[in-house]
Design a protein around this ligand. Sequence first.
Ligand code: COA
Ligand code: THG
Length: 580
Amino acid sequence: MRILLLVHSFNSLSQRVFVELDERGHEVSVEFDVNDANTIEAVELFSPDVIIAPFLKRAIPEAIWKNHLCLIVHPGIEGDKGPSAVDWAILKDEKQWGVTVLQADEEMDAGPVWATRNFDMREATKSSLYRNEVTNAALDAVLEALGKVEQRSATHLALDDAANDLHGTWQPAMKQSDRQINWHEDNTQTVLRKIRSADGVPGLHDELYGRKLFLFDGREAVGLEGGAGEVIARSGPALCRATTDGAVWIGHVRDRGSDHPFKLPATCVLSELLPELPEIPVDSDHGYREISVRAQGAVCFLSFDFYNGAMSTDQCERLLEAYVQAAKQDTRVIVLEGGDDFWSNGMHLNVIEASQNPAEESWRNINAINDLAKAIIETTSHLTIAAISGNAGAGGVFLARACDEVWVREGVLLNPHYKDMGNLYGSEYWSYLLPRFVGAQKSGEITNRRLPMGASEAVRLGLADRSFGGSTTECAEMVEIRASEFASADQFNKRIAFKRQRRLVDEGKKPLADYRREELAKMKQNFFGFDPSYHVARYNFVYKVAKSRTPVTLARHRDQRPDNPGSVDQRHSPFERKVS
Ligand code: COA
Ligand code: THG
């Protein structure tokens, strides 16, 4: 089918729907909801069989939904309506929630229901639930709805109400006052629920040291307590604030009134206002933990749960240190697990944007990631596995490919390209790793097409070695089993010998240092050169400047490039018309 995705932005849910529909052979194109005239034009250009809105904030114009089937993905149970569905589900501590695919109509979210899926809620941030449970349920429901469209069976509501005992209703847009923390009354669980209901956007409005702030990244501070509402400790990027029955870490905040009005580590934003506070070592048992290491038999698991998968210079340096320590242990395999929601999204664009000298900080950051990638590539004592359970983008993907094996959970999205960031050349030894694992031709295609990729395609191309289905937990269990098989004497000896040999041969052909030098020469141009594209793109990314048009890589109906398979111009080529 020809399917147009109409989106507010190409967020992770839209990307997942895009990848999965493409994988199933549909012809998919994307249009950003910039204005009604644009959207109408897109529909005329593409003439889709069906329009799907995985993430849309505004009304679809009547001219469209009256003439085309438009399916809206609503992140709420059947009957639920309104723009803050998941926020309310978290705040109200719902035990189950769901996703509904409904037909666009005059009244928002009130059209006929085509499919719905429920799931168990988890104690996690809104964006984590969105990227996992909501996205999986949405995909299932979209596929069911499309199945009905394809069979031209009963249009909608083949739903058995009795089978679905959850039924929602209209809920208004959530206001900050709905979730305001009362530090003298709220216990830890309530505080965390309020923060999570607003994390990643818009954040929870609060006040600290006389500054109005938005809080993110709240975690329980185990074993700490103090006078309710008082800031009692710090740890790396985080501040610890006491609740009525314990304390929470606040890892990130946004100060809308400051020079850097975007999300940053809390201790950076408040550095000038902080009094002397007890410092609890970062990554320690009672501190704010991002990196942890656990050994299980001959396998060492290294997890690094960096907020939003962004890795600053400091975080890369800490991770490198942890990695070096892990590689000194008497184990055989190191599994790099990344974090729960992201494996890695490369260098930390927010921290770079906020630094005194963003070009210099970009340089430090890319070198710090490169040092880590180099250490991984040059490890000959251990076999290394990147176990990718959360999404990865840009340098994060190539950092994973530095490992001997890359294993991905099905449902994970990879964005193995840099060019969207102002034509950034990229580093992390990608120019060595990508051709080596996927071949020269595919390397060029992957980096130029700038599209997300699912687990199956990653394996087909050689960007990953295997994929695992099942839930996050089931996948982690499989990784443990397979990793321990790797550590068996037989497998280990064979593979480690091959690995050492391969590294020697590769180094002989072209030293690793040469790849780095060449990549960094290009990056130096990106950071310090005449063309400011990277700095502009980074600013737009960090400040979330809305896109004013859809890139042609996504809007295939607008793509006039001659070799574009989805291009409307190719299908009704002007040449053909001339000839005929
Ligand atoms: N630095 C800082 N923040 C980052 C980041 C990075 N490298 N990558 C992602 N984030 C943040 C986003 O700003 C967003 O913030 P929010 O919590 O305020 O919404 C959050 O992580 C989630 O990212 P989002 O873009 O919504 O996720 P996605 O799954 O839709 O898209 C990417 C993932 C990787 C395509 C996209 O985030 C991206 O292009 N990141 C930049 C990658 C990059 O160029 N890195 C530098 C080169 S190494
Ligand atoms: N029919 C049509 N278009 C649609 C939907 C539909 N577009 C997408 C939409 N469903 C998704 N659902 C909603 C429901 C309510 C609101 C927005 C999207 C809403 N918005 C507030 C407003 O517009 O004033 C703003 C809220 C905010 O900013 O947070 O109430 O079913 N044709």
